[in-house]
Design a protein. Structure first.
Length: 312
């Protein structure tokens, strides 16, 4: 497979073994706030955008939605290596950008300014940069472009769309919250719900209680997180995971719990909301990122300042 047009290796960061690492690719607009620059690009074209980025190459970009998530991921790596200096199960962050290498200097400088441990910067001139995800062993792709995310999901890579918002001050450990259906699990029950309503969905779940649910688009990522998490005791773990689902615990929670157990995926806390808004619980958890397939839930999370990513 062809390499991206230009890959800049960050020599300040120890390169990870991509066959062992949990590789996360983020676009520049997911990690930094480039909304003004993007607007300039759309309104005045590529040349003007490049000129602007080159003129401001020493002016750091402000943090974007995925920024605190990346910082928390670095904290996990630090703890993993303290636990075992030969550890290979680490996060590996690469930036995938449609910038040219010339206009990308500002991106590299911004990452260095904040001390972000990004191992590679891939500058791709292709319309569809997601074709390079598999060759880098990417397990999760975060982008601010819906087409990118859909293309990545079609290529079998866990992916989610981040919406630009003000970012909370980072804190540790890494906290990741997942919705259940159509995110961790397949959307089979959602489809029954659409066709036969809540009563039909409850009956279906009761009948299928002993059968694990199918895999959702973020299962692979969650399983890798779980594998890293198992290297620590619960008290000392630098990773905490949450299930925040619209399911009711009484009627539809048992199958979800049984599925997670069957997969061997330990979730720290599970919240069965029974259709209630998720915002208040997320405000308490304060995850570094929350994945959901419902735009109304993403909106609710954003309203309480929680960085969110939509799984279409």
């Amino acid at each position: 497979m062809a390499e991206p047009e230009s890959t800049v290796i960050n020599t300040n960061v120890k390169q990870k073994d991509p066959s062992k690492a949990l590789v996360i690719a983020v676009t520049t607009r997911a990690i930094f706030n480039l909304e003004q620059e993007h607007k300039l690009y759309l309104e005045r074209g590529k040349e003007e955008y490049i000129r602007h980025q080159e003129t401001n190459q020493h002016k750091p970009l402000s943090p974007g939605t995925a920024f605190s998530f990346i910082q928390a991921v670095q904290y996990v790596n630090k703890k993993m290596l303290e636990n075992n200096p030969a550890e290979k199960d680490l996060f590996d962050i690469l930036v995938l950008s449609n910038n040219s290498p010339e206009s990308g200097v500002r991106i590299i400088n911004s990452a260095k300014h904040y001390g972000l441990e990004i191992s590679k910067f891939c500058f791709v001139s292709d319309e569809d940069s997601t074709k390079y995800l598999k060759s880098h062993g990417v397990k999760l792709f975060l982008s601010a472009d819906r087409t990118d995310v859909c293309n990545a999901l079609q290529r079998g890579v866990s992916a989610a769309l981040v919406f630009q918002q003000e970012v909370q001050a980072p804190s540790t450990p890494l906290r990741v919250a997942f919705d259940g259906d159509a995110v961790l699990f397949s959307n089979e029950t959602d489809q029954i719900f659409q066709e036969h309503g809540l009563e039909g969905a409850v009956q279906y779940e009761r009948a299928m209680e002993a059968v694990p649910m199918g895999e959702g688009p973020l299962k692979t990522f969650a399983m890798h997180l779980g594998k890293m998490r198992r290297k620590f005791s619960q008290e000392k773990s630098p990773i905490r995971t949450y299930l925040v689902t619209a399911r009711s615990g009484r009627d539809m929670g048992i199958r979800a719990i049984k599925t997670l157990r069957e997969w061997g995926l330990a979730i720290d806390e599970a919240f069965f909301m029974d259709g209630a808004p998720k915002g208040p619980i997320l405000a308490q958890i304060q995850p570094h990122i929350f994945f959901d397939d419902g735009l109304h839930n993403i909106q609710g999370a954003q309203n309480v300042g929680v960085p969110s990513a939509w799984v279409p």
